[in-house]
Ligand binder design. Sequence first.
Ligand SMILES: Cc1cc2nc3c(=O)[nH]c(=O)nc-3n(C[C@H](O)[C@H](O)[C@H](O)COP(=O)(O)OP(=O)(O)OC[C@H]3O[C@@H](n4cnc5c(N)ncnc54)[C@H](O)[C@@H]3O)c2cc1C
Length: 585
Amino acid sequence: MLHAARTWFGLLCGFALVAFAQAGEYDYTSFQKIIQCKAPNGLFTPNSTDDVISIVKQAAAANQSVRVITPNRWSITDVLCSESTNGLVLSLQNFKDLTYNQTANTVTAGSGWQVQKLSEAIGQMFNVSFIHLPSFGSITVGGAVATGAHGSSLNHVPSLSDNLVGVRVVQADGTLRNITDAATLRHYKVNLGTLGVITDFTFPVVPLFKVQWTTTPYDESVLTNGTLLDLAKQSDGIYVYWNPHSKSVVAAVMKYVNSSAPGNDYWNYIPNVLEAFRAVQKTEYEILQSTGLTSLFCAAEDQLHARLTSNTGLYQLIAPYFENAVTKQKSGSAFGNGLTSTGFSYNMLSSFCDDCAFNEPEAIYFNDFGIDMPLDQLVPAITFTQNIISRLPVCFPLSDILIRFIKASDADLISPSGADYVSIEWDTTHRNDPFKDPELDLGWVNWVSQGYLLNFNAKSHWGKTGNFPHYANPVGIPLAAQLYPQLPEFTRYQQSIDPNGMFLNDFYKASVLGNATIRATKTYPKCALTYDCVCSTDEHCAAGQKCTDVPLPANKTAKICLDSDQQAGLLDTVGALVEDFNQHF
Ligand SMILES: Cc1cc2nc3c(=O)[nH]c(=O)nc-3n(C[C@H](O)[C@H](O)[C@H](O)COP(=O)(O)OP(=O)(O)OC[C@H]3O[C@@H](n4cnc5c(N)ncnc54)[C@H](O)[C@@H]3O)c2cc1C
């Protein structure tokens, strides 16, 4: 069927045999099915740069817009989506060239490489390594750079975006351009897919090294007494797992060591999960959420948290276990309270799953939240989080609350630009019908995320949290123009190379250019359930829920979806909460 489509559509467009195409509207979604996109002019899968140039030229002649699409689409915002009225999408899955320049100490890789596979390839073929990587190795190089995907380090450049030293890009007029000057590259570091079809990326590399992880449990007071920040400043990398329910923290700290150090472990952070176990977990999460049993959710999070320092138990969505890279046996004896696990950087910086918890069948789908703020906002943000958890208990059996630290970036669309920042992240489990039924944690998530965005100079990761931080909302969350001081330079550059906006999509027009008409499309019945909107009326929540005003510091207000019984219990305590806020902030 695809082959037939290719033949007639290819002939029609004048580039037969150069690119597979699916003619007619191509519908696609994010990996967890919440973000739904359509490309009216179809999907193309070019095999070469010449193919890309042909497609772009044809699209320009037909006044169509172009967006790169990746195989799995791990972002959960409309950044993924084609322009909805006249777009086509183009997959670079066949772009997997790889060259190593020994003199310059750089690698140049095609956009289709998955980050962990690329890291492994350069380690094994050339004995070199990236200095740091995002934790999830299934994302593509192109996707990682487009949204600024990061790991966690204050001492090393923590993302491929910030390491970028060259791109090869097909521009709107069909020209192929190699860009290596730092001033121009700054725009490409977080580009949201708007600066052309980037076929290849060049990054610096260092001699292959090993990473030694040490995991240590702490009381949650380390979050606010300066200990955590000190640990982050002293380490090569750090992942901090906070379980507010048990008031405890596990800090997993990275130390970079010589490649001759003993150890061949693998960080199985986002592991393969047996289908049968996925099915059990999925059923359990649905039952717990539909019955509102927060206490059982908390018991599940406690189990996850305990495993952080034991390396025993079954693999779940996130299972920060270490195992031997060859035998695949958990390296339990080398892991635990204050003990270490060591392996090659390509096995320890980034994790990869083939049969992930979120693969079909029996996929456990989730929303992934990531909100970034300046380092000096961490302590007040944690205090605020504790304040609201004390009123509206919450637990995260999939993830704990993850805290990561990110070294300053000069990218235009990273904020706070030029300053180190911290990311507070968590995952919520979908209901079986996520468009109808509310997640157990919905009210809390609404509250905490609005608080971060309104009170703590925060902004959402471009590919996480959902659309609401970027679109119309009744509480006045700042839009990109207020958040990114270098945004005018980005938009000026974008317009200079693509005056007709061929590579723009609705998401960019809404979030970066502030288009109010597009932003308004995210306000519709039940829009809060999928994090498209902040509720302004009850109809934006689930049936039976109330859109409720709750206080934030500095006399601000959040709007959150609550069940009637949650609302009754909470409103009784709001006065005391305002006093807490007045005392703390
Ligand atoms: C389980 C999980 C773990 C995650 N872990 C992390 C993490 O550790 N750190 C982090 O920061 N984020 C993380 N994320 C978020 C994720 O890294 C980002 O959303 C990333 O952008 C997804 O990459 P992708 O390859 O799926 O690209 P997509 O999400 O499909 O695309 C993102 C954007 O990139 C554009 N694009 C892709 N390739 C090109 C190209 N060649 N030229 C132009 N535009 C292009 C697309 O058009 C789109 O606009 C995680 C997400 C999940 C689901």
